[in-house]
Design a binder for this molecule. Structure first.
Ligand SMILES: N[C@@H](CCC(=O)N[C@@H](CS)C(=O)NCC(=O)O)C(=O)O
Length: 209
């Protein structure tokens, strides 16, 4: 086993970090990356992380030469170019733009769900804004509806950048919004997720609260 040359600023509960971890598993690159645990929220600063990523967000990936990559989309693109197997991000053509668009919609679920988490967990109750939270939930539900109605066959054909994003988004909803009941409303997505969540890469990265 080679010694890790890269360092991933990491939390076991972050769904954005999970996407990176799943890709590392899927492409056989786990032993190239050391994990550096970080507590990142808008109200808890980590000085080292902030120096590397002024946005103060994880994941960030420090390369062997000291350069740091962020955010998760850039890291996934970089890591996907560091292995010899079939790329998980199509290199060109219409499939590249379609798969990246599906992955971006999965990220939009995560952006909204992480903001809802901060609103309900970090923000003092007297400062919460119900309508704003409902607006974030509506983004999540519209995105799930679109995956259910228009993208199941595409997700099922290849466990790539798009499928990894959607799988990590669903895993995060299970962690933070177990009351959502998305499986009843989006049964095709539920069947697809039941299947992909058996993959070793998904099993090994189940988020910890
Ligand atoms: N667009 C970023 C989002 C990353 C993100 O929101 N990460 C969360 C953890 S799940 C974070 O670091 N939050 C800290 C903050 O918002 O200050 C990406 O794709 O990496």
């Amino acid at each position: 086993m080679s010694s890790p040359g890269m360092t991933l600023f990491y939390s076991p509960s972050s769904p954005f970090v999970r996407k990176v971890m799943v890709l590392l598993h899927e492409t056989g690159q786990l032993d190239r990356v050391a994990l550096q645990p970080v507590q990142a929220t808008p109200t808890t600063a980590d000085a080292e992380l902030n120096r590397h990523n002024p946005a103060g967000k994880i994941p960030a990936l420090r390369l062997a030469d000291g350069n740091v990559l962020h955010d998760s989309r850039v890291i996934l693109d970089y890591l996907d170019q560091q292995h010899v197997g079939e790329p998980l991000i199509p290199l060109q053509g219409s499939s590249r733009w379609r798969r990246l668009t599906l992955a971006a919609l999965a990220d939009a679920i995560l952006d909204a769900a992480v903001l809802v988490r901060y609103e309900t967990f970090l923000r003092p109750p007297e400062k919460r804004w119900e309508q704003w939270q409902q607006g974030q939930q509506a983004k999540i539900e519209r995105a799930l509806q679109q995956f259910e109605n228009e993208a199941i066959a595409e997700l099922a054909c290849h466990f790539d950048i798009a499928a990894i994003g959607v799988a990590c988004a669903l895993g995060y909803l299970d962690l933070r919004q177990p009351q959502l009941g998305w499986r009843e409303r989006f049964p095709q997505l539920a069947d697809w997720y039941a299947d992909v969540s058996q993959r070793p890469s998904m099993q090994a990265t189940v988020p910890l609260a």
